[in-house]
Design a binder for this molecule. Sequence first.
Ligand code: C2E
Ligand code: MG
Ligand code: MG
Length: 731
Amino acid sequence: MTAVRSLSLRATMLLLGFVSGGIALMAALSYEDLKKYTVENSLMRIERAAKAAASLTEAHFPESFLVERKEKDLPTLIRLKGAESLVSRAEPSALDRLVKEIGRINNGAANVFAWNAATQAFDRFATTFRRPDGSMPPAFSIGAGHPAYESIRDSKVFMGDVPVMGRMRYAYLTPIVFSGGELAGVLAIDVGWSDDLVTGQERLKERIFLASLLIVAITITIGGLLHWRMLAPIPALARVAHRIGAGEQGVSVPGRGRGDEVGHLAEGLERTNQLYQELEILAFSDPLTGLGNRAHLRRELKRTFARESWTQVSALILINIDQFRGINEGFGASIGDRLLIEIGDRLKAFSGSYNPPPARTGSDEFALILRDCPPERLNYALDGLWDMLSRPLAFDGTIVEFTVGLGVVSLPVHASSADDAERNVQLALKAAKAKGKGNIAVFDPALDARARREHDLSIALREALQRNELAVHFQLQASTKTRDIFGLEALVRWPQGNGPMISPGEFIPIAEANGLIVELGSWVLDETCRIMRQWLDAAILVPHVSINVSPAQLWQPDFVETVQETLERHRIPPRMIYLEVTEGLFVNFSEDRIQSIFAGLRAVGVKIALDDFGTGYSSLGYLHRVHLDQIKIDRTFAVDIDRDRSKQRLLKGITALAAGLKLEVIVEGAETEAETRFLMRTGCDAIQGYFFARPCSALLVPQEIENVRRMLSLLNPEVEAPITKAKRSSG
Ligand code: C2E
Ligand code: MG
Ligand code: MG
């Protein structure tokens, strides 16, 4: 049997059980009481009647009968005096009078039977019974089979029900014996129809049963109706509570406005519902754009993956605005916000009602889930999305051009869980960003492999740093003005035993991503200063050493103190140190903050160089606002500079700009003699490139210094005499 779940039904059933049980118990007890009293009453009457009959018999025929009595004066035997038979002894009319009188006094019947030895039965010869017409009833005998027969034949009293004319009467039979003890007959009296009593009891039983049934039926009907009226909303409320708990929106709560407990319950539930909806809005939406937020995306992805079967392929697209910070700084934050809102609106329009609402998952990042999007439809959808996002923003007469990067994963092809999907779409976006502005990349398992390699490298790098396995190498910079060494750049190296070298270009971004860069940077600073101290002690003179610094290091609250402390510990004059920062700094941090850190470093006495100039940030405004000492023009400018006219013009412009700002200019990456010669004529202060020197270990630095000096002395920019051989022969 299945358990009854409905509370109200259970309560009703319990109530009914108690009510009917109570009624049944009460009825049974009353019935038993009644039965007991009736039985006691009948017993009392029959006993009284038996006593009366015996006394009357003795009184009417004192010469013939002697009554023997035992407890309670009840007759047990009537003895005949003399040997004369019962039938011949008393005159029938006298016996008739006796039984009549007994019957009248007892309100019942009385009979005298004589023992018939021939038939072995008791034959009636005096009785109060008469036919309805007053005549004598037919002859009657108590023979074998009669309930009293066995007992009275053994001269023992019988008390109980006996059949009379097809019905039952409650009777008392006293045996009559001769003085010698031989059976003579029996005196039988009764107190009326005992089956009437039984019928009465049966009828009472029936009535009690019917009355109980009626009460139960009425209770069920009225109780049920009342229950239904009062408790009917409870199952509905329970269902509503369940739906609210499951996060369903727009649920309406029934039963409010009732003044009773159910009404209070409904109102409480409604308040919970409202609170839940408010929380839902707070927890799952982005206030600026009105889109969902990252939690919303996660929930939608989980729902997508919770489906049992993939009848359709979905796509997850991650969108990131290229160089949003530049837009914010260039046009102001309110235009930046406008752009975010506009992109949000475009995405909403694009995704429509069939797809889950789009989400803004980061400051300049959006995500979109497209349902039912197999590869052929995906390409079409991406085209549409691309067109939509390529339109510039026009706002109050300002036109804002922007591009976005798009990472795409196909679900469940590229991911087996919501976590996977989020991770892989990030990888795809990263790949798109790596291709440059305005690019799109679909997830590829190779990206996953790369991510895994990065993860492994990240662990290995941490161990290498702990085991002190890293090294610092130095690359010389040649001065175009003094024809001597300009300075050196410290470059970290991760020796791999016999394996191929892992370039800092690969492991520095990993260290930046996992936070290890702070520790690594401090180690490079310390190691560089340690080596410089050795050079100073050995009178190996180097003008200055440039050390690369990542943004994460710069944001350490104690960075300035760390630099100062390290320099002091190794007794390095601060003017011998340049710290190289990249343009990326300006993309992610405010100029005020950068200014204050630079001011701190300047107070320590170190100089600041801007590395990889010309590769990233488009706005040059910060060059005026932020105090720098040196710019290092990126390697891409040096490639083919001797032949590429547009690069030459660009380089000229930059050099003039730097001169105007009194900044030193170094050009990086000159590999050929032609490039070097050309660069020496452009007015830059120094050249750093493989042509002069490759990075080398600290031990080789003195030798490299000599090499570079020799090359500089041989290199006359105006004369096209190759010196490569001379350099090679010395190395
Ligand atoms: P960077 O600071 O711009 O350093 C110059 C890079 O250009 C070095 O690569 C150097 O070997 C390479 N290079 C110099 N001349 C030439 C040339 O003529 N041709 C070519 N093809 N390359 C040339 P490296 O050592 O692989 O370092 C790569 C980048 O890793 C560095 O670029 C710098 O951003 C970063 N890095 C290196 N060491 C550190 C460090 O200790 N801390 C931090 N934060 N970054 C570092
Ligand atoms: Mg550098
Ligand atoms: Mg550089």
